[in-house]
Design a binder for this molecule. Structure first.
Ligand code: FAD
Length: 346
Protein backbone atom coordinates (compact mmCIF):
# COMPACT_ATOMS: atom_id res chain seq x y z
CA UNK A 1 0.00 0.00 0.00
CA UNK A 2 1.31 3.48 -0.91
CA UNK A 3 2.34 5.95 1.74
CA UNK A 4 -0.09 8.49 0.27
CA UNK A 5 -3.01 6.39 1.50
CA UNK A 6 -2.10 7.27 5.10
CA UNK A 7 -3.99 10.40 6.14
CA UNK A 8 -4.57 12.48 9.23
CA UNK A 9 -2.85 13.32 12.49
CA UNK A 10 -3.68 10.92 15.34
CA UNK A 11 -3.06 11.53 19.03
CA UNK A 12 -3.15 8.87 21.76
CA UNK A 13 -5.49 10.34 24.40
CA UNK A 14 -4.06 8.79 27.55
CA UNK A 15 -6.43 8.34 30.48
CA UNK A 16 -5.97 6.68 33.85
CA UNK A 17 -9.01 5.87 36.02
CA UNK A 18 -11.12 7.58 33.33
CA UNK A 19 -9.38 10.93 33.80
CA UNK A 20 -7.58 12.30 30.75
CA UNK A 21 -3.90 13.13 31.15
CA UNK A 22 -2.92 16.75 30.39
CA UNK A 23 -0.48 15.55 27.74
CA UNK A 24 -3.45 14.41 25.62
CA UNK A 25 -4.61 18.05 25.38
CA UNK A 26 -1.08 19.26 24.67
CA UNK A 27 -0.68 16.77 21.84
CA UNK A 28 -4.04 17.82 20.41
CA UNK A 29 -2.79 21.45 20.39
CA UNK A 30 0.30 20.45 18.42
CA UNK A 31 -1.68 17.98 16.30
CA UNK A 32 -4.03 20.76 15.23
CA UNK A 33 -1.11 22.85 13.97
CA UNK A 34 0.37 19.93 12.05
CA UNK A 35 -3.03 19.01 10.61
CA UNK A 36 -3.51 22.58 9.40
CA UNK A 37 -0.19 22.44 7.54
CA UNK A 38 -1.21 19.13 5.97
CA UNK A 39 -4.78 20.25 5.30
CA UNK A 40 -6.15 17.31 7.25
CA UNK A 41 -7.89 16.49 10.55
CA UNK A 42 -6.88 15.62 14.09
CA UNK A 43 -8.16 12.36 15.56
CA UNK A 44 -7.86 11.42 19.23
CA UNK A 45 -7.61 7.70 19.98
CA UNK A 46 -9.30 7.03 23.30
CA UNK A 47 -8.64 3.58 24.77
CA UNK A 48 -10.12 2.27 28.02
CA UNK A 49 -13.23 0.88 29.68
CA UNK A 50 -16.28 3.13 30.04
CA UNK A 51 -14.39 6.10 28.61
CA UNK A 52 -16.72 7.28 25.84
CA UNK A 53 -17.95 10.30 27.80
CA UNK A 54 -14.40 11.75 27.71
CA UNK A 55 -14.77 12.38 23.96
CA UNK A 56 -16.40 15.80 24.49
CA UNK A 57 -13.38 17.04 26.45
CA UNK A 58 -11.11 15.96 23.62
CA UNK A 59 -13.34 17.84 21.16
CA UNK A 60 -13.05 20.99 23.27
CA UNK A 61 -9.27 20.75 23.04
CA UNK A 62 -9.24 20.39 19.27
CA UNK A 63 -10.11 16.82 18.23
CA UNK A 64 -12.15 16.70 15.01
CA UNK A 65 -12.79 13.00 15.47
CA UNK A 66 -12.47 10.60 18.41
CA UNK A 67 -11.98 6.89 17.84
CA UNK A 68 -13.06 5.08 21.01
CA UNK A 69 -11.85 1.57 21.78
CA UNK A 70 -13.88 0.54 24.79
CA UNK A 71 -13.54 -2.90 26.33
CA UNK A 72 -13.43 -4.30 29.89
CA UNK A 73 -9.97 -5.71 29.05
CA UNK A 74 -8.76 -2.10 28.82
CA UNK A 75 -9.80 -0.99 32.31
CA UNK A 76 -6.24 -0.63 33.64
CA UNK A 77 -3.20 -0.09 31.44
CA UNK A 78 -1.53 -3.32 30.34
CA UNK A 79 0.91 -3.44 27.45
CA UNK A 80 -0.66 -6.26 25.44
CA UNK A 81 -4.33 -5.23 25.13
CA UNK A 82 -3.45 -1.52 24.76
CA UNK A 83 -0.84 -2.26 22.08
CA UNK A 84 -3.37 -4.49 20.30
CA UNK A 85 -5.96 -1.70 20.48
CA UNK A 86 -3.70 1.07 19.17
CA UNK A 87 -1.99 -1.06 16.51
CA UNK A 88 -5.42 -2.20 15.28
CA UNK A 89 -6.63 1.41 15.06
CA UNK A 90 -3.53 2.30 13.03
CA UNK A 91 -3.98 -0.67 10.69
CA UNK A 92 -7.67 0.12 10.21
CA UNK A 93 -7.59 3.94 9.92
CA UNK A 94 -4.05 4.47 8.53
CA UNK A 95 -2.90 7.77 10.04
CA UNK A 96 -0.04 9.72 8.53
CA UNK A 97 1.19 10.82 11.96
CA UNK A 98 0.73 9.19 15.38
CA UNK A 99 1.68 11.16 18.51
CA UNK A 100 1.99 9.63 21.98
CA UNK A 101 2.85 11.32 25.30
CA UNK A 102 6.24 10.31 26.74
CA UNK A 103 4.65 9.30 30.04
CA UNK A 104 5.42 5.99 31.74
CA UNK A 105 2.51 4.49 29.77
CA UNK A 106 3.43 6.18 26.47
CA UNK A 107 7.07 5.12 26.70
CA UNK A 108 5.89 1.52 26.96
CA UNK A 109 3.05 1.71 24.45
CA UNK A 110 4.63 3.87 21.69
CA UNK A 111 7.65 1.68 20.82
CA UNK A 112 5.64 -1.57 21.19
CA UNK A 113 3.07 -0.30 18.71
CA UNK A 114 5.63 1.16 16.29
CA UNK A 115 7.38 -2.21 16.12
CA UNK A 116 4.07 -3.96 15.59
CA UNK A 117 2.99 -1.71 12.69
CA UNK A 118 6.56 -1.75 11.32
CA UNK A 119 7.39 1.92 11.40
CA UNK A 120 9.89 4.15 13.20
CA UNK A 121 9.42 6.23 16.34
CA UNK A 122 11.34 9.28 17.53
CA UNK A 123 11.26 9.47 21.33
CA UNK A 124 11.13 12.55 23.55
CA UNK A 125 10.66 15.14 20.81
CA UNK A 126 10.87 18.80 21.78
CA UNK A 127 9.76 20.20 18.41
CA UNK A 128 7.54 18.85 15.64
CA UNK A 129 6.93 20.52 12.30
CA UNK A 130 5.99 19.77 8.72
CA UNK A 131 8.74 20.30 6.17
CA UNK A 132 10.80 18.80 3.39
CA UNK A 133 13.09 15.87 4.00
CA UNK A 134 16.43 17.07 2.62
CA UNK A 135 17.48 15.65 -0.68
CA UNK A 136 20.58 13.51 -0.67
CA UNK A 137 20.99 13.05 -4.40
CA UNK A 138 24.33 11.30 -3.94
CA UNK A 139 22.51 8.53 -2.07
CA UNK A 140 19.87 8.39 -4.82
CA UNK A 141 17.16 9.86 -2.58
CA UNK A 142 14.24 11.84 -3.90
CA UNK A 143 13.09 15.00 -2.14
CA UNK A 144 10.16 14.16 0.15
CA UNK A 145 7.67 16.92 0.89
CA UNK A 146 5.31 17.35 3.83
CA UNK A 147 7.28 15.14 6.18
CA UNK A 148 7.04 15.22 9.96
CA UNK A 149 10.37 16.66 11.10
CA UNK A 150 10.94 15.46 14.66
CA UNK A 151 13.52 17.31 16.74
CA UNK A 152 15.02 16.03 19.97
CA UNK A 153 18.20 16.48 22.02
CA UNK A 154 20.85 13.85 21.27
CA UNK A 155 24.16 12.75 22.78
CA UNK A 156 23.24 13.78 26.30
CA UNK A 157 21.83 17.10 25.16
CA UNK A 158 25.05 18.21 23.49
CA UNK A 159 23.43 18.40 20.07
CA UNK A 160 19.97 18.66 18.58
CA UNK A 161 18.90 16.07 16.02
CA UNK A 162 16.06 16.42 13.52
CA UNK A 163 14.75 13.04 12.43
CA UNK A 164 12.31 12.11 9.66
CA UNK A 165 10.60 8.84 8.76
CA UNK A 166 10.15 9.25 5.00
CA UNK A 167 9.67 5.64 3.91
CA UNK A 168 7.21 4.25 6.48
CA UNK A 169 3.86 5.24 7.89
CA UNK A 170 2.69 6.37 10.31
CA UNK A 171 5.41 8.76 11.39
CA UNK A 172 5.44 8.19 15.16
CA UNK A 173 6.77 10.42 17.92
CA UNK A 174 6.59 10.61 21.69
CA UNK A 175 6.55 14.04 23.32
CA UNK A 176 7.20 14.75 26.97
CA UNK A 177 4.43 16.30 29.07
CA UNK A 178 4.67 20.08 29.32
CA UNK A 179 6.52 20.62 26.03
CA UNK A 180 3.61 21.40 23.68
CA UNK A 181 0.89 23.96 24.30
CA UNK A 182 -2.77 23.06 24.56
CA UNK A 183 -5.31 25.37 22.96
CA UNK A 184 -7.82 27.35 25.01
CA UNK A 185 -10.79 24.93 25.21
CA UNK A 186 -13.69 25.65 22.87
CA UNK A 187 -16.75 25.16 25.09
CA UNK A 188 -19.40 22.95 23.55
CA UNK A 189 -17.23 21.77 20.62
CA UNK A 190 -18.25 18.34 19.34
CA UNK A 191 -16.19 15.71 17.55
CA UNK A 192 -17.26 12.90 15.28
CA UNK A 193 -17.15 9.91 17.68
CA UNK A 194 -16.43 6.53 16.11
CA UNK A 195 -16.53 3.32 18.14
CA UNK A 196 -14.14 0.58 17.10
CA UNK A 197 -13.36 -2.68 18.85
CA UNK A 198 -10.84 -5.07 17.28
CA UNK A 199 -11.80 -7.83 19.76
CA UNK A 200 -9.68 -8.91 22.71
CA UNK A 201 -8.72 -12.52 23.35
CA UNK A 202 -6.67 -12.78 26.54
CA UNK A 203 -3.57 -14.91 26.04
CA UNK A 204 -0.45 -15.70 28.03
CA UNK A 205 1.02 -12.28 27.16
CA UNK A 206 -1.79 -10.56 29.06
CA UNK A 207 -0.49 -9.53 32.46
CA UNK A 208 -2.90 -10.23 35.29
CA UNK A 209 -3.16 -7.29 37.68
CA UNK A 210 -3.59 -8.59 41.21
CA UNK A 211 -3.48 -5.33 43.11
CA UNK A 212 -2.77 -1.66 42.44
CA UNK A 213 -1.08 0.31 45.22
CA UNK A 214 -0.95 4.01 44.54
CA UNK A 215 2.06 5.96 45.78
CA UNK A 216 1.07 8.70 48.19
CA UNK A 217 2.56 11.90 46.86
CA UNK A 218 3.15 14.77 49.19
CA UNK A 219 5.07 16.80 46.64
CA UNK A 220 3.24 19.42 44.59
CA UNK A 221 3.14 19.04 40.83
CA UNK A 222 5.75 21.57 39.73
CA UNK A 223 4.29 21.57 36.22
CA UNK A 224 1.13 23.28 37.51
CA UNK A 225 2.90 25.91 39.66
CA UNK A 226 2.64 29.57 38.65
CA UNK A 227 5.74 30.51 40.65
CA UNK A 228 8.72 28.17 41.05
CA UNK A 229 11.58 28.82 43.43
CA UNK A 230 14.22 26.47 42.09
CA UNK A 231 17.49 25.67 43.83
CA UNK A 232 20.73 24.11 42.64
CA UNK A 233 23.94 22.73 44.08
CA UNK A 234 24.83 26.26 45.18
CA UNK A 235 22.17 26.05 47.92
CA UNK A 236 24.70 23.84 49.68
CA UNK A 237 22.58 21.44 51.74
CA UNK A 238 19.14 19.96 52.24
CA UNK A 239 18.68 22.10 55.37
CA UNK A 240 19.52 25.29 53.51
CA UNK A 241 16.54 24.74 51.18
CA UNK A 242 14.58 26.30 54.08
CA UNK A 243 15.65 29.68 52.63
CA UNK A 244 13.92 28.80 49.34
CA UNK A 245 10.85 27.36 51.10
CA UNK A 246 10.44 30.64 53.00
CA UNK A 247 10.63 32.64 49.76
CA UNK A 248 8.19 30.26 48.04
CA UNK A 249 5.76 30.58 50.94
CA UNK A 250 5.68 34.38 50.77
CA UNK A 251 5.04 34.25 47.02
CA UNK A 252 2.58 31.33 47.08
CA UNK A 253 5.06 29.38 44.98
CA UNK A 254 6.54 25.89 44.95
CA UNK A 255 10.13 24.72 45.41
CA UNK A 256 11.80 22.83 42.55
CA UNK A 257 15.43 21.97 41.82
CA UNK A 258 18.24 20.97 39.46
CA UNK A 259 19.47 17.41 38.98
CA UNK A 260 22.52 18.03 41.18
CA UNK A 261 20.14 18.52 44.10
CA UNK A 262 18.37 15.23 43.41
CA UNK A 263 21.69 13.43 43.03
CA UNK A 264 22.77 14.80 46.42
CA UNK A 265 19.58 13.40 47.94
CA UNK A 266 18.41 16.85 49.07
CA UNK A 267 15.04 16.76 47.23
CA UNK A 268 12.98 14.04 45.45
CA UNK A 269 13.17 13.53 41.68
CA UNK A 270 9.53 14.69 41.29
CA UNK A 271 10.83 18.22 41.84
CA UNK A 272 13.61 18.07 39.22
CA UNK A 273 13.40 20.49 36.30
CA UNK A 274 15.16 19.75 33.01
CA UNK A 275 15.75 17.33 30.22
CA UNK A 276 15.49 14.27 32.44
CA UNK A 277 13.15 15.99 34.89
CA UNK A 278 10.02 18.01 34.20
CA UNK A 279 9.43 20.73 31.63
CA UNK A 280 7.93 23.74 33.37
CA UNK A 281 6.48 27.00 32.14
CA UNK A 282 5.58 29.09 35.23
CA UNK A 283 4.89 32.80 35.27
CA UNK A 284 8.03 33.35 37.38
CA UNK A 285 11.02 30.98 37.67
CA UNK A 286 13.67 31.74 40.30
CA UNK A 287 16.96 29.94 39.50
CA UNK A 288 18.97 30.10 42.73
CA UNK A 289 22.47 28.63 42.86
CA UNK A 290 21.85 26.93 39.50
CA UNK A 291 24.60 27.26 36.88
CA UNK A 292 22.30 26.96 33.85
CA UNK A 293 23.52 23.76 32.19
CA UNK A 294 21.85 23.11 28.83
CA UNK A 295 19.97 20.11 30.27
CA UNK A 296 18.49 22.29 33.00
CA UNK A 297 17.65 25.21 30.74
CA UNK A 298 15.83 22.84 28.33
CA UNK A 299 13.19 22.35 31.04
CA UNK A 300 12.58 25.97 32.07
CA UNK A 301 13.54 28.38 29.28
CA UNK A 302 9.91 28.95 28.26
CA UNK A 303 9.02 30.40 31.68
CA UNK A 304 7.40 33.84 31.34
CA UNK A 305 9.96 35.55 33.60
CA UNK A 306 13.27 34.15 34.82
CA UNK A 307 15.11 35.58 37.84
CA UNK A 308 18.59 34.17 38.44
CA UNK A 309 20.64 34.49 41.63
CA UNK A 310 24.24 33.31 41.35
CA UNK A 311 27.58 34.37 42.80
CA UNK A 312 29.32 33.77 39.46
CA UNK A 313 28.57 36.63 37.07
CA UNK A 314 29.58 34.43 34.11
CA UNK A 315 27.15 31.61 34.98
CA UNK A 316 25.26 30.61 31.81
CA UNK A 317 21.93 30.94 33.63
CA UNK A 318 22.27 34.72 33.18
CA UNK A 319 22.03 34.19 29.38
CA UNK A 320 18.40 33.09 29.72
CA UNK A 321 17.46 35.25 32.75
CA UNK A 322 15.30 38.38 32.49
CA UNK A 323 16.67 39.62 35.83
CA UNK A 324 20.00 38.61 37.30
CA UNK A 325 21.32 39.15 40.83
CA UNK A 326 25.03 38.47 41.29
CA UNK A 327 25.92 37.60 44.85
CA UNK A 328 25.67 35.11 47.69
CA UNK A 329 22.26 33.47 47.79
CA UNK A 330 22.56 33.13 51.58
CA UNK A 331 22.35 36.90 51.81
CA UNK A 332 20.12 37.73 48.82
CA UNK A 333 17.33 35.17 49.36
CA UNK A 334 16.51 36.05 53.02
CA UNK A 335 16.70 39.76 52.17
CA UNK A 336 14.30 39.22 49.26
CA UNK A 337 11.93 37.22 51.46
CA UNK A 338 11.91 39.95 54.13
CA UNK A 339 11.39 42.71 51.55
CA UNK A 340 8.55 40.81 49.85
CA UNK A 341 6.92 40.07 53.20
CA UNK A 342 6.88 43.79 53.97
CA UNK A 343 5.72 44.68 50.44
CA UNK A 344 2.92 42.08 50.45
CA UNK A 345 1.94 42.90 54.04
CA UNK A 346 2.61 39.35 55.30
P1 FAD B 1 26.27 23.42 39.38
O1 FAD B 1 26.47 23.32 37.91
O2 FAD B 1 27.32 22.87 40.26
O3 FAD B 1 26.04 24.95 39.70
C1 FAD B 1 25.95 25.49 40.98
C2 FAD B 1 25.88 27.00 40.83
O4 FAD B 1 25.67 27.58 42.08
C3 FAD B 1 27.14 27.63 40.24
O5 FAD B 1 26.81 28.41 39.11
C4 FAD B 1 27.67 28.49 41.38
O6 FAD B 1 28.26 29.69 40.91
C5 FAD B 1 26.41 28.77 42.16
N1 FAD B 1 26.65 29.03 43.59
C6 FAD B 1 27.40 28.30 44.46
N2 FAD B 1 27.35 28.84 45.69
C7 FAD B 1 26.55 29.93 45.59
C8 FAD B 1 26.15 30.90 46.53
N3 FAD B 1 26.48 30.84 47.83
N4 FAD B 1 25.35 31.92 46.09
C9 FAD B 1 24.97 32.00 44.79
N5 FAD B 1 25.35 31.10 43.85
C10 FAD B 1 26.12 30.07 44.26
N6 FAD B 1 20.41 18.87 35.14
C11 FAD B 1 19.21 19.35 35.52
O7 FAD B 1 19.12 20.31 36.30
N7 FAD B 1 18.06 18.77 35.04
C12 FAD B 1 18.07 17.74 34.19
O8 FAD B 1 17.00 17.25 33.82
C13 FAD B 1 19.33 17.22 33.76
N8 FAD B 1 19.40 16.21 32.87
C14 FAD B 1 20.63 15.77 32.44
C15 FAD B 1 20.69 14.80 31.45
C16 FAD B 1 21.93 14.37 30.99
C17 FAD B 1 21.95 13.31 29.93
C18 FAD B 1 23.10 14.93 31.52
C19 FAD B 1 24.44 14.49 31.01
C20 FAD B 1 23.04 15.90 32.49
C21 FAD B 1 21.80 16.33 32.98
N9 FAD B 1 21.71 17.32 33.95
C22 FAD B 1 20.49 17.81 34.30
C23 FAD B 1 22.89 17.78 34.70
C24 FAD B 1 23.43 19.11 34.21
O9 FAD B 1 24.35 18.89 33.16
C25 FAD B 1 24.15 19.84 35.35
O10 FAD B 1 25.17 19.00 35.87
C26 FAD B 1 23.24 20.25 36.49
O11 FAD B 1 22.13 20.95 36.00
C27 FAD B 1 24.02 21.15 37.44
O12 FAD B 1 23.21 21.49 38.52
P2 FAD B 1 23.43 22.87 39.30
O13 FAD B 1 23.29 24.00 38.34
O14 FAD B 1 22.54 22.82 40.46
O15 FAD B 1 24.92 22.71 39.83
Amino acid sequence: MGLEEYKGVFVFAQQVDNVLDGVAFELLGKGKELAKDLNTEVTAVLIGSGVKELADQLAEYGADRVIVVDDPQLKDYRTEPYAHALASVINEYKPEIMLVGATAIGRDLGPTVSARVKTGLTADCTMLEIGDFPLNAAAGQEQQHNQLLMTRPAFGGNTIATIACPYNRPQMATVRPGVMQKIAPIAGAKANVVEYNPGFTPNDRYVEILNIVKAVKNTANIMDAKILVSGGRGVGSKENFKLLEDLAEVLGGTVSCSRAVVENGWLPVDLQVGQTGKTVRPQIYFAIGISGAIQHVAGMEDSDLIVAINKDEDAPIFDVADYGLVGDLNKIVPALTTALKAELGK
